[in-house]
Design a protein around this ligand. Structure first.
Ligand code: DGL
Length: 274
């Protein structure tokens, strides 16, 4: 029976930092809200520099260092790099530079193909940004988890940017649907059964991707959230009742560099229910 009198342990609210080039990390944050509703979240959207996809590793690493420093300044105890592109470019360097902070990254869930029983496997592809697709980290991951090259890979030039733009201009609904369809059209005739979503922006339009390409999409976001829980929660804390979850999360957009409180409920904006 855990010692419930240790108030330090029981009411300690965790502070979790999380960042992305823009709103893509919301697909991870929404999973974190479900698994760890009582934590305090500090989210940085580097929208002044989005998208990261076409940018160099050096630029993305410089941004990641700057953002990690800001999150540490806010007192976070763990940082989620909720961006495949930033994970590929900079997570090793972040871990080297900020030794006291655990970093959790996001990588395309390439384990998926080999988890399907032999004989039942169907055509699968992985979709990433250009920068992730070119990265050494992705190449190594692909060689390790897909040694027989069963999963085809495509880099999408515009999808993350389209999703980011739509979040900020949600009135352009019809145009948005059409742009997504155009971006994916070259994949339509190829009859894939599965698409691994290798960019955190993509799960925000998961249903559209599934509908346009008539397949099932696979996202790593719930696994990432589970990893954060494993790293931050001791087993005896799960039973603890402390203060209820805050209605808000802390949000910084690098376009104006101001921390504000946003309603958790408003997180997915125009993507809610999509
Ligand atoms: N959401 C990001 C990712 O997972 C970045 C997309 C971008 O900015 O190009 O790769």
């Amino acid at each position: 029976m855990p010692d419930m009198t240790n108030t330090d342990k029981t009411i300690k609210i965790k502070k979790i930092g999380i960042f992305d080039s823009g709103i893509g990390g919301f697909s991870v944050l929404s999973e974190l809200f479900k698994l760890m509703p009582k934590a305090n979240y500090y989210y940085v959207s580097d929208d002044a520099n989005a998208p990261y996809g076409p940018k160099s590793d050096e630029f993305i690493t410089e941004r990641s260092f700057y953002i990690a420093q800001e999150l540490i300044h806010q007192g976070v105890e763990l940082i989620v790099v909720a961006c495949n592109t930033a994970t590929a470019a900079s997570i090793d360097l972040l871990r080297e530079k900020f030794k006291d902070i655990p970093f959790v990254g996001v990588e395309p869930y390439l384990n998926a193909y080999y988890q399907i029983p032999e004989g039942l496997q169907k055509k699968m592809m992985v979709l990433t940004t250009e920068s992730t697709g070119k990265s050494e980290r992705f190449k190594r991951l692909k060689e390790r988890l897909d040694p027989d090259s069963q999963i085809d890979h495509y880099s999408l030039k515009n999808l993350a940017r389209l999703i980011e733009d739509y979040y900020h201009h949600p009135n352009q609904d019809v145009e948005f649907e059409k742009n997504i369809e155009d971006e994916l059209s070259f994949l339509k005739s190829q009859h894939y059964a599965y698409a691994i979503l290798g960019c955190t922006h993509y799960p925000l339009v998961r249903k559209q991707i599934e509908k346009i390409l008539d397949l099932k999409a696979i996202s790593p976001c719930s696994h990432v959230a589970q990893r954060v829980v494993d790293l931050t929660t001791k087993t005896d804390e799960i039973r603890v009742l402390g203060p209820g979850p805050s209605e808000f999360f802390n949000f910084l957009s690098t376009t104006n560099n101001l921390w504000i409180q946003k309603k958790r409920e408003s997180l997915l904006g125009p993507f809610k229910g999509k």
